[in-house]
Design a protein around this ligand. Structure first.
Ligand SMILES: [Zn+2]
Ligand SMILES: [Zn+2]
Length: 369
């Protein structure tokens, strides 16, 4: 079948809306007509060439839509089902069966190779392969091929929440929320400082509020983001560029340092700050992805004080569990992630990516007619 996708002919090249032929779904695959797809940091860094992908390729990994066709072996999904597309995982390796699909041993092959594990592509153009399977979906298009493993069925949508903005629950929002709910697991009254208030940071803030953390401190130079963070549960926000001594400012708010810190930036400076802001002991989670290799220098003396520095991908979440849980929290009015979103028509993809990259919009979502 035909689909219109945002094709990239090489690293750094513009998004070009072009028709492609979507292959017939394999035994475990489904075709999803996209309602909306979020634009995530990993998309624009990959578009710029930090992830080596065979060309041409199609990005997009926060899709949400409706199943329009199923492969011959699919029985857990049916035509008409509403789904959120998340990252792909094999579901049978030791990590997957232990409940940690984000650490699936086949993750690179399933998410970043540009093709199915058997080497075929899900799309073609005039007989030539078009590389997709980005996070098992490549959802910058009117239709995408996903699998039964990463298409999370949404049984019922609460009134007031529409399918087109649910895609970010599959990556950016899941990453922040999962880090709090699955990894840090704070007790009510424990303190947390969140460095960087993009989608991941603000999802961290919302999840910390759900967990009853106090204080919740958000750190970001962007005043618009700090205002959103204030509304979403931060008890304090700080501008790192206007704060003479950030350590001191944080210590003044937390007493002896924060029980938990979360770095959503991944730079040398911020990782060090996040580690330094901890009390003894305390846990710092680093989530910010800069590139595949990212040397950071830390003071080992900070770790010796019983502190932990841990890295987290995709919130160590199982999307089948966490995505429905986040929708349920939205229903209760406790997780207003829709406040991060601004919709853009699909053909304005360049504007949407630019708005996300420069931080004028927290979470641009491309929507389809
Ligand atoms: Zn696996
Ligand atoms: Zn992402």
């Amino acid at each position: 079948m035909k689909a219109t996708v945002a094709l990239q002919h090489g690293p750094g090249s513009p998004f070009s809306l072009e028709p492609v032929e979507l292959s017939r779904p394999a035994a475990d695959e489904v075709v999803v007509r996209m309602a909306g797809v979020g634009v995530c940091h990993t998309d624009w860094t990959a578009a710029a060439g930090t992830v080596p992908l065979p060309t041409p390729f199609v990005l997009g990994h926060e899709g949400a839509g409706t199943v329009t066709a199923v492969g011959p072996g699919v029985n857990s999904l049916a035509i008409g089902d509403q789904v959120v597309l998340s990252f792909d995982a094999c579901r049978i390796c030791p990590q997957c069966t232990a409940g940690h699909p984000a650490y699936c041993v086949l993750s690179p092959a399933l998410n970043y190779s540009g093709m199915r594990p058997d080497g075929t592509t899900t799309m073609s153009q005039e007989g030539r392969p078009v590389h997709g399977s980005w996070f098992g979906q490549s959802s910058f298009g009117t239709h995408a091929l996903a699998s039964v493993r990463n298409a999370v069925k949404i049984p019922s949508l609460p009134e007031g929440l529409s399918l087109d903005i649910l895609g970010p629950l599959g990556c950016g929002v899941l990453t922040g929320a999962g880090t709090v709910m699955n990894v840090l697991r704070p007790r009510p009254g424990q303190s947390i400082a969140v460095f960087g208030l993009g989608t991941v940071g603000l999802a961290t803030v919302m999840a910390a509020a759900v967990a009853g953390c106090r204080p919740i401190i958000g750190i970001d130079p962007n005043p618009r983001r700090r205002r959103v963070a204030d509304d979403l549960g931060c008890t304090h926000t700080l501008d790192p560029d206007a704060t003479d001594d950030l350590d001191w400012a944080l210590a003044e708010i937390t007493g002896a340092g924060a029980d938990f810190t979360v770095d959503t930036v991944g730079s040398d400076t911020v990782v060090r700050q996040a580690l330094q802001a901890l009390r003894t002991p305390g846990v710092c989670a680093t989530l910010g992805l800069q590139s595949m290799e990212n040397d950071v220098t830390i003071d080992q003396g900070h770790l010796l004080m019983g502190r932990t520095l841990t890295g987290v991908i995709e919130g160590d979440a199982d999307p089948r569990i966490l995505v429905p849980r986040l929708i349920d929290l939205w229903r209760q009015g406790r997780f207003p992630f829709d406040r991060l979103v601004r919709r853009y028509p699909f053909h304005r993809i360049e504007d949407a990516v630019e708005a996300g990259r420069t931080g004028t919009v927290v979470k641009p979502v491309l929507v389809f007619d």
